[in-house]
Design a binder for this molecule. Structure first.
Ligand code: PMP
Length: 357
């Protein structure tokens, strides 16, 4: 039988889903995925980790990633029982929604996986538009929390794709209202700090002691180790224990664990890459401001959202010249998102942006 209608077998919530768009287009300069332009680990050290681990590829990895979680615990001044490792923080978002269910509340525009995973798992989504400064619309959010009693609230700060950090006091208000015993329906507030290292702003981690309904997501992907697919959920041990029940065994492979451990031993190098990305971001925003017809938005992340008159055409024009940026026109009208690259890549981008206009 060749004419079976597979779509009719698929759950309606999955049938109507659009897969996450990650473009694998051949290009000279790849500035679309918020990756670091620098690999965080030197060839020699990663070669040593790989060599040692190649001899034990017949064995499953450490299911609990003990050594890696130990290092992360030290780095973030928490205990290993406050950390859950994920195959990227994407997987942890999946695990969180599997564990707590919906409704899932988040502002929009934001990282698309909160909505995609909620829908894939058949959970309700509550999307609250950001205000005109791309900050949290606190009144609408507080109202929605009261009305819908979401199980989970995702706040990406700095936010992808807008690039800004949300006001600290607004995030705190949300955590506070979602933990209020008055409502008797607490929500778990997940502050996604994927880009926090580039922001110069304080992490929400110290507030974990005060709020049991707060969780923080971290990832190695944006600081030069995207290929490892390694992220962390940091939260109260009770939250971690619950989410750990739905984690697939052996979810972070041995090579990723080994290389991440090596990289974390040399944080100086990672930090210096982060600072050079931050200074390039400042330069890039300034240069983009000088181009007529281009409006870059302020950024605390390793990417810049910018407005042009015809985003689709400029996206195509850049691609024709070998430069891949992310077309955000669907989520933010007339906007593209460019990841900060090396100084040379940024120069090539600027030159070609001008000629595409
Ligand atoms: N959170 C945010 C806000 C992101 O932008 C991304 C990556 N685009 C992720 C989480 C997922 O990162 P990873 O799965 O690579 O850790």
């Amino acid at each position: 039988m060749k004419d079976i209608n597979i779509a009719s077998l698929v759950k309606p919530n999955v049938r109507s889903l659009r897969a996450y768009q990650a473009e694998e287009v051949p290009c000279k300069v790849k500035l679309d995925a918020n990756e670091s332009p620098y690999s965080a680990i030197s060839d020699q050290r990663s070669a040593i980790s790989f060599k040692e681990n190649l001899q034990t590829l017949n064995r499953y990895p450490d299911p609990e990633a003990k050594k890696l979680r130990g290092l992360i615990a030290k780095e973030f001044r928490v205990k290993p029982e406050n950390i859950l490792h994920g195959n990227g923080s994407d997987e942890l978002i999946y695990n969180l929604i599997t564990t707590f269910g919906g409704p899932v509340l988040y502002p929009v525009p934001t990282f698309s996986m909160y909505g995609i995973i909620s829908q894939a798992l058949g959970e309700g989504k509550i999307e609250i538009p950001l205000d005109d400064k791309f900050d949290l619309d606190i009144e609408k959010l507080l109202k929605a929390i009261k009305r819908y009693r979401p199980k989970l609230i995702f706040l990406s700060s700095p936010n992808n794709p807008t690039g800004n950090s949300f006001s600290t006091d607004r995030i705190s208000k949300i955590i506070e209202s979602a933990s209020s015993p008055v409502t008797r329906h607490p929500s778990l507030v997940v502050v996604d700090e994927a880009y926090q290292a580039f922001s110069g702003k304080k992490s929400f981690l110290p507030l974990l002691k005060k709020y049991k309904n707060l969780a923080v997501l971290k990832t190695l992907s944006k600081i030069g180790l995207a290929a490892l697919r390694t992220g962390f959920l940091i939260a109260d041990a009770e939250v971690i224990n619950e989410v750990n029940k739905v984690r697939l065994p052996f979810n972070v492979n041995s090579l990723s664990q080994a290389v991440a451990i090596e990289a974390l031993k040399n944080k100086k190098q990672m930090r210096s890459y982060v600072s050079s990305i931050v200074s390039e971001r400042k330069r890039l925003v300034n240069e983009m401001r000088k181009i007529e017809g281009v409006k870059p938005y302020p950024s605390d992340a390793n990417f810049i959202l910018f407005k042009v008159a015809n985003a689709d055409a400029i996206h195509k024009g850049l691609l024709k010249r070998g430069i891949l940026v992310r077309n955000m026109n669907g989520a933010v009208k007339d906007c593209l998102r460019v990841t900060v690259g090396t100084p040379k890549e940024n120069e090539v981008f600027l030159k070609n942006l001008k000629s595409s206009l």
